[in-house]
Design a protein around this ligand. Sequence first.
Ligand code: ZN
Length: 433
Amino acid sequence: MVESVNNTPILLVNGRIIDPANGIDQNGSLLLENGRVSRLFFGKKLSAPRGTRKFDVGGKWVIPGLIDMHVHLREPGEEYKETIASGTRAAAAGGFTAVACMPNTKPFNDSWAVTAQILSKARNCSAKVYPVGAISKFGRGETLAEYGEMKEAGVVAISDDGCPVENSQLMRRALEYSSHFKLLVISHSEEKTLSHLGVMNEGYQSTRLGLRGIPRVAEEIMIYRDLSLAEYTGQPIHIAHVSTRESVSLIRRAKERGCKITAETAPHYFTLTDEAVDSYDTMAKMNPPLRSPDDIAAIKEGLADGTLDVIATDHAPHSTLDKDLEFDLAANGIIGLETAVPLALNLVREGTIDATRFVELLSSNPARLLGVEGGTLRVGGPADVVVIDPDKDFVYTEDQVVSKSKNSPFLDWHMRGKAVLTIKDGEITYSDS
Ligand SMILES: [Zn+2]
């Protein structure tokens, strides 16, 4: 729940303020008033208004609220897995002040009505919710959805995520038509005839376990098509959940040519390999599948050199009914909102990225790509802020999972680094204490 403080000003003193959009990485203090960033102070003593709630954050990071541009909130239609209320509570607990939710709900979000319903449920929730509308009606890949109507209702991007747009002509038209409404097209890049019936990465592990594999090329061939269409139409495209070395390389080369392509990966693609499937653990089943150490190395290179623009969680809640099945039958996907910060901080600790890049990947870049507010601590901007303790040790146990579903491969992991105070529009949405 949002802790209502009736616009009580909040002062965060003694923080490491990191705001790449304004070139700031410096110790200082931040004053939030009336839901906005009101002042930034460096070095000097400041006088806060009467009644201000003051937090001495003791050198912890004070950064723009994190923005997850790829989550599944399951509402409407599958509220037994997650609701907009429970999903945004999980977001706040993970340091996120905003999420973009994919349209594969029941019904599919391909209309004004579903978008409006999601936004009405999201009011007063613990994080801002930006609906993503469908590329095609019912997500079936046959006819284009009504982008103008959905944009009017509040969608920030379009995607048929969960399924690829198999029809290349339809994808071409989607890129052209969406440009009139300035809606980013987010592609779930998968060539279905190659991934057909596959349940894990194709390789040694899949052979050993006797499970049907999904080859890397199923992803890469579709990314190649998508970037070709983006180049041909001159329109931007965003590639979701990149998982292989060659995908990173294709995107890097396309960017060098000036193609308006951007891309995201998820924490599990730089943390786990297909070895995690070893005991037929369905918590390691996702699409695209977990790959190899070499793919992880390439994903990290892509995050470090700017090829990959965003870390998004692909938060995909499933109940035990969907996951406690034999591997072939279990649902794809894992929850991710509450583990993104410690897993991404591993990259900072090992020197793959620095703190500034962390903020870009998890806040500034998603804000820019979606064209939404936030992603910066500029004075006058929304008071969406998170305090991160990069050294906080904790064990991620099932009883502390805030999401309604508990399908995480990271349960009982020793984690390091955590959001300890999350503030949305000047109100505290999560506090660790
Ligand atoms: Zn997807």
